[in-house]
Ligand binder design. Structure first.
Ligand SMILES: [Zn+2]
Length: 151
């Protein structure tokens, strides 16, 4: 059994100082994980053998296999595939048809007018073929271009 620290203790609900978060990987090197939160006394009960079962909630995606300690948890692997992401992918596809990288940024700003230059660079760089075709942006280049385009 392999227990790995999962998040900072600050992230634990209720800010209870004796609450500890763990992620348990039931199978080596694969996706499913069990996210578990325990108090110090619960850990002691498990160690002493007094507590032998945990109630966990499983992800709604039958192919996922991850389990959570609370029904309100979101599954990092499944719950973030949403319309917003689809929309973003669609925009990125359209933008990849731009004729120059300046056009790309111009189009990007139409869809995401408040995007920070670093965010724009991140989205640009994540499309590897753009960087190969037009070269990558430095932060200064992007800031200058964004200022010019927003003019
Ligand atoms: Zn899942």
């Amino acid at each position: 059994m392999k227990n790995l620290p999962y998040r900072d203790f600050d992230d634990c609900r209720d800010d209870r100082s004796d609450q500890f978060c763990f992620t348990y990987f039931p199978e080596e090197n694969t996706l499913p994980k069990w996210t578990i939160e325990l108090t110090a006394s619960e850990i002691a009960e498990i160690a002493s053998g007094k507590m032998q079962t945990l109630n966990l909630w499983k992800c709604q995606n039958p192919n996922c296999g991850s389990h959570f300690f609370s029904p309100n948890e979101t599954c990092f692997d499944c719950d973030y595939i949403d319309d917003e992401l689809d929309e973003r992918m669609r925009i990125m596809d359209t933008l990849s048809l731009s004729l120059t990288r300046e056009d790309w940024v111009k189009g990007y700003l139409k869809s995401f007018p408040d995007a920070h230059p670093l965010r724009i660079i991140g989205d640009y760089n994540s499309q590897a073929k753009l960087g190969k075709k037009w070269g990558y942006f430095s932060l200064v280049e992007m800031e200058t271009l964004v200022e010019k385009l927003k003019g």
